[in-house]
Design a protein around this ligand. Sequence first.
Ligand SMILES: *Cc1c(COP(=O)(O)O)cnc(C)c1O
Length: 354
Amino acid sequence: MSVLDLARPDIRALAPYSSARMEAQGGTVLLNANESSRPPNIPGGDGLNRYPDPQPRALIETLAELYGCDSDRVLVTRGSDEAIDLLVRAFCRAGHDAVIVLPPTFGMYAVCARIQDAAVIESPLDASGALLPDALLAAVTPAVKLVFVCTPNNPTGNIVPLDVLARLAGELAGRAVLVVDEAYAEFSGLPSAATLIDTYDNVAVLRTLSKAWSLAGARVGALIARPDVVGLLRRIIPPYPLPSPCVDAALGALSYEGRRVQRHHVNEILTERARMLAELPGVLGVREVLPSHANFLAVRFDDAAGTYHRLLAAGVVVRDITKYPGLGDALRITIGTGNENDRVLAVLRAGEVA
Ligand SMILES: *Cc1c(COP(=O)(O)O)cnc(C)c1O
């Protein structure tokens, strides 16, 4: 039994689109892709007349080194959002199969499933935000192909311990793929679930450069999984997912100097997170600040809607998460710069005297 037995048979049988760029190996006169032979006459235009490498070698190898895995386990995607979509489309037959999500959590898992007409089964986290392994496993039906676990979780900020993920991976083996979304892993300092892939072929890990690497605008994500899963998703990924300026931006951010700056920036966020976690509970109207392993805090207020509008009137936009189960009184506040966080505190404290 291979993890590919869980995938859609029609996708397994599909011949991938062979793009001109894939066939261009070794040539110097490139007349096979109907590109312009001349670069555009704009700053930074060199090379933009050519289609990009579908899976750029240098970036794949850099990400493999960064995430501590073999390069044949890495698929680069247009943000990890695209990896979520690819997984759902490769594993879930429309109208038949299902995914499990653990609310309150990131909304894209359910959105991608619904677009694919896959059923969405909910196995809620408990009131403290903890994953309940027995309840989750009891929710697994034969239709379930993917189980999405987000750690640190968006929007609560709590984590799922690696031993719990290992147990789930073992129990789900041969039944479903455990997808571990580690979009905020850099803010937790905890070990990645990528190490589980050695033991369990049904684990896939999602990483992104959008959060801790300051590259949300470049749309660079990665899926880490067994090479046969990577190969399966390559059958359905669009031919040129990553624009070459985005690949260059990613390589710059992941350079020696880029990493030095990133470490500094992440440390600054952790310091500011600790400061906000210490200060917010003392502000009138704040009920509770959920402890967070990510670059945001979920905060419960006596009057979440009023607080949201007061912040907005002062020019501060936070995320209203009151529609999430168990978070009817909460806002999600991203940790900004020291000055930005001071603005948040000032607006909230101004409400105390009003
Ligand atoms: C932000 C976020 C993503 C999306 O990341 P992109 O790489 O920008 O697509 C994925 N998962 C979670 C939980 C997120 O919060």
